[in-house]
Design a protein around this ligand. Structure first.
Ligand code: AMP
Length: 223
């Protein structure tokens, strides 16, 4: 049986950190539309220029572009046994587009994705976002306030350069929340009605969230 997971939650809810841990443990690709779009910006492609004009305002990139990027990624060989989608779908329109994409390309149409919702109060999140740094080498994510990091520019794990994302400023973070509540939050209802939703308390510490996540997965499938 193919393992398909979708992670939904507001910006800064810790989806990325948990997906990285799970992806490594169960050897499934971590498919994160935000990173795929940032890669296309870095490559200087036409698609990247269009994506950047929406991302810098905290808005969703048009669905035609995102569908193209995600379909191409899901067709790669490493996704044939399953995948973890982080930050996609992000609107009802994208959820229905994903249904169609999976209908077209999926080699296991009988298994529905399990959708994990990272539930956390908004107050904590803006602070988490503006203090977030990620390593440009190994991709590790840090919070410079809550972690004991002596040098805020160097990754304590691999020595790579720590960077702050362009859209992790307070101004853009507020816009991203508005977009989340308007566009993404309705997905919670959709997947709940379909019986696919598992709610996780994302205000807990990283290891406890991961224990709850993997516990829920074990209840559903034998990993
Ligand atoms: P993230 O890295 O998930 O926080 O995403 C950063 C930005 O990329 C978002 O604020 C959006 O502008 C864009 N983005 C990421 N995923 C999507 C998506 N599924 N649909 C549209 N825009 C997206």
């Amino acid at each position: 049986m193919k393992q398909k997971y979708i992670f939904i939650g507001p910006p800064g809810s810790g989806k990325g950190t948990q997906t990285k841990m799970l992806s490594k443990d169960i050897n499934l690709p971590h498919i994160d539309t935000g990173s795929l779009l940032r890669e296309s910006i870095a490559s200087g492609s036409e698609e990247g220029i269009i994506a950047n004009s929406f991302m810098e305002k905290g808005q969703l990139v048009p669905i035609s572009l995102v569908s193209k990027v995600i379909k191409k990624r899901l067709l790669k060989d490493d996704a044939k046994n399953g995948f973890i989608l982080d930050g996609y779908p992000r609107s009802l329109e994208q959820a229905f587009a994903l249904d169609i994409i999976l209908e077209e390309i999926d080699n296991d149409k009988n298994t529905e994705p399990i959708v994990f919702y990272f539930d956390v109060a908004q107050e904590k999140l803006i602070e988490r976002l503006v203090n977030r740094r990620s390593c440009s080498e190994c991709g590790a994510i840090y919070n410079i306030k809550s972690m004991d990091i002596k040098d805020e520019t160097t990754c304590p794990s691999c020595g790579g350069r720590l960077i702050r994302r362009d859209d992790d400023t307070e101004e853009v973070a507020i816009k991203r929340f508005e977009t989340y509540f308007k566009e993404t939050a309705p997905l919670i209802d959709l997947y709940e009605k379909r019986g696919q939703l598992v709610k996780l308390d994302a205000s807990l510490d990283i290891d406890t969230i991961y224990k709850n996540l993997t516990g829920a997965i074990k209840e559903n499938v034998n990993i």
